[in-house]
Write a protein that binds this ligand. Structure first.
Ligand code: SF4
Length: 374
């Protein structure tokens, strides 16, 4: 079983911290729908043997598409993959787009999971990050989605911003708790190179996030999640039992997937390939029917390292035997480090699996880097 990822490369505003591929010019959405369907026609030839079980629209902001454009693309994709009901059909949506007309079109076409980019319920946060919505719109979007019958809802939240106090973070979590949302994706604010946020920090116009502040809010999140019965099944993802994200879990378990659209990546089990991250160039390729993708065959060391990086983030952890089979001698060369980390409480004491403890999760990057090969 595999998944299809559809990248919609448009956003209403450029968020200051974002380094995904998107354009704030919304003029070419119709042409983009045509190009995406054309790419799917071409790429499906190589993927026909795989049954697609999940459909995931990300971006960018898929919800900026008009109801008509969304419906045309959705029905076009479904007719090419064989119309049926999807165990998981996710659409990333931003609060400012979630009117009843769009929500109806999404529902009618089979979307059964919404991933809503509320990011914060704090207007200072939202304004400073240049989000296109305010906290009232964020709350309203969730209430409207629930009223329209969407039950499988995930919200994105950002913690550790210099503008959010611990009390405000606790209030956000409490509001989410009141809505009984089944899934949350929570990320610490990070400063990526070449973003507007990085520039503002360098020029002294914005405050840099503080590691200790983020660490304390991550600990608050973990304590809250445990008290509310959420499984912290991936470092940034929490779900009520039975509500883990199926599509994204496949990425973390290195299951093949096909990605279409500008900048979208695909993985066939051995090779990663990716589209050009430029809307105009992508549309031109579609016009000429000449697709120039880049790709990379993963070396053994790359495969081992990807496995370590993704599985260590999961609640179930990494099976030492899996790495040992691929890379003989790995266990012996890491035994001392693993014992040390376990003694200090950063790893769970387990005979076969390497599992980050609640204390260790915040230090995942460091622990992972020590375990890589090559
Ligand atoms: S809406 Fe999402 S993809 Fe678009 S700029 Fe903001 S964070 Fe980036």
């Amino acid at each position: 079983m595999s998944g299809l990822y559809v990248h919609i490369p448009f956003c209403r505003k450029a968020c200051t911290y974002c380094n995904f591929h998107f354009s704030t010019s919304l003029q070419n959405t119709e042409a983009m729908v045509n190009a995406l369907l054309k790419e799917l026609d071409l790429r499906l030839d190589d993927w026909h043997e795989l049954a697609f079980e999940t459909l995931y629209w990300g971006g960018g902001t898929p919800s900026v598409l008009s109801p008509e454009a969304f419906y045309r693309l959705s029905e076009g994709i479904k007719s090419r993959l064989g119309s049926r009901s999807w165990p998981e059909y996710t659409l990333e949506a931003n609060p400012e787009d979630m009117d009843s007309e769009r929500l109806s079109a999404w529902k009618e076409s089979g979307v059964n999971r919404l991933s809503i980019g509320i990011q914060s319920l704090n207007d200072r946060d939202l304004h400073t990050m240049n989000r296109a919505h305010n906290s009232e719109q964020a709350r309203l979007s969730i209430e409207t989605a629930l009223q329209m019958g969407f039950q499988n809802i995930s919200v994105d939240l950002i913690y550790g911003t210099p503008w959010k106090s611990h009390e405000e973070w606790a209030e956000e979590l409490n509001w989410v708790q009141g809505k009984q949302l089944p899934h949350l994706s929570c990320y610490a604010l990070t400063v990526e190179e070449k973003t507007a946020l990085a520039h503002s920090i360098r020029s002294g116009q914005a405050q840099a996030p503080n590691d200790q502040h983020a660490h304390e809010q991550f600990d608050m999140l973990q304590a809250w999640a445990e008290s509310q019965g959420y499984e912290h099944y991936e470092i940034s993802n929490l779900a009520l039992p039975g509500h883990r994200a199926i599509h994204n879990s496949r990425y973390w378990n290195r299951v093949p997937y096909l990605g279409i659209g500008p900048s979208a990546h695909s993985f066939d089990g051995k090779r990663r390939s990716w589209n050009i991250a430029n809307n105009a160039a992508y549309l031109k390729q579609a016009d000429l029917n000449q697709w120039n993708m880049e790709s990379e065959e993963l070396s053994l060391a790359n495969r081992v390292n990807e496995t370590i990086m993704t599985k260590l983030r999961l609640m179930e952890g990494l099976a030492a035997v899996e790495i040992e089979t691929l890379w003989p001698g790995w266990t012996a060369s890491n035994q001392k480090f693993i014992q040390n980390q376990t003694r200090q409480g950063y790893l769970v004491d387990h005979p076969n699996q390497i599992i980050l403890s609640a204390k260790g999760r915040f230090f995942a990057d460091f622990i992972t880097s020590e375990l890589l090969v090559g």
